[in-house]
Ligand binder design. Structure first.
Ligand SMILES: Cc1cc2nc3c(=O)[nH]c(=O)nc-3n(C[C@H](O)[C@H](O)[C@H](O)COP(=O)(O)O)c2cc1C
Ligand code: SF4
Ligand code: SF4
Length: 261
């Protein structure tokens, strides 16, 4: 393999983008960013390294931040980033670029793709019609991205120094502390103990006790457990009782499992 994509994904949007890019690029390994590989990742001589993740609170997910800090790549390799988001990328690209810069690595190109917003602890998912529109736009954007990645072009990210990137990066994103947010999860009586929530969790943060999930306060707030539960049994405070769940329709639940388990 000469190319790799490391991806982090809660509801499958970033995984779909990663799969689309990998299949069009060819000869590309896909590796999930999860607890097992955040601190140690075996070094292979990849010439192209992609990092694909969702935007959280206008910044990087904590696990992705740790992953990039520990990233070990070949000198001179082509590094690109794709951030999926529901509306605004904020400081996520800037944060990635800054971490790489501290490691004397260069971010060669960066892109964002609008996808259905999966933050159902606060808002309802977009309508099916709106989702279809976003998926169509994603396909168009992927073509442009492939064009520049395959040629290893340098593509500066225009919004990197925008006021919103600086402001939101310094405020909301820094205040995002996900580890204990799982205290707000609870399960309805229709939980059947299937353990899918355990298998999709990127941080091994869920164990089943008496066939019911217990959260261990090492949460990333990715919402995979909530979105992929087949019984819609996982709730976050009270708001999710009346909201639908979302996951990308072309991603299977087994695609979300951490294959290193
Ligand atoms: C904890 C959390 C925070 C989020 N914050 C933002 C945000 O600041 N800006 C934004 O545009 N979307 C935000 N979103 C929406 C996701 O970035 C978007 O839906 C993304 O495509 C989800 O990708 P995934 O399915 O790969 O996890 C947030 C989602 C979650 C779960
Ligand atoms: S995925 Fe849902 S039904 Fe299955 S164990 Fe977890 S909470 Fe229960
Ligand atoms: S407990 Fe749920 S929200 Fe937290 S990291 Fe695991 S899957 Fe994501």
């Amino acid at each position: 393999m000469s190319s790799v994509i490391y991806y982090f994904s809660g509801s499958g949007n970033s995984l779909k983008v990663a799969k689309d890019i990998a299949s069009k690029l060819g000869n590309t390994e896909l590796i999930k960013i999860c607890k097992e590989n955040t601190s140690e990742i075996s070094h292979k001589p990849y010439t192209k390294v992609g990092i694909i993740f969702p935007v959280y609170y206008y910044g990087l997910p904590v696990m992705v931040k740790e992953f990039v800090q520990n990233l070990n790549v070949c000198e001179g390799c082509y590094i690109y980033v794709v951030a999926t988001c529901g509306g605004s990328v904020g400081a996520a690209i800037k944060q990635t670029k800054d971490i790489l810069h501290k490691k004397s690595l260069t971010l060669s190109s960066a892109y964002t793709i609008l996808m259905p917003d999966n933050y159902q602890v606060m808002i309802a998912p977009p309508s099916i019609e709106k989702q279809q529109k976003l998926f169509k736009l994603e396909q168009e954007k992927i073509e442009q991205i492939i064009e520049s990645i395959s040629k290893a072009q340098t593509v500066p990210f225009d919004e990197i120094n925008s006021i919103s990137a600086k402001l939101l990066g310094a405020t909301l994103s820094k205040a995002f502390k996900p580890k204990t947010k799982d205290k707000n999860f609870w399960t309805c009586d229709n939980c059947n103990g299937c353990s899918i929530c355990v298998k999709v969790c990127p941080s091994n943060n869920i164990v089943l006790e008496n066939k019911r999930p217990q959260w261990l306060h090492q949460c990333e707030h990715c919402l995979a457990c909530m979105h992929w539960c087949p019984k819609q049994a996982i709730q976050y405070r009270k708001g999710t009782l009346k909201r639908d769940r979302y996951h990308h329709p072309e991603i299977k639940v087994s695609d979300m499992f951490n294959d290193m388990k």
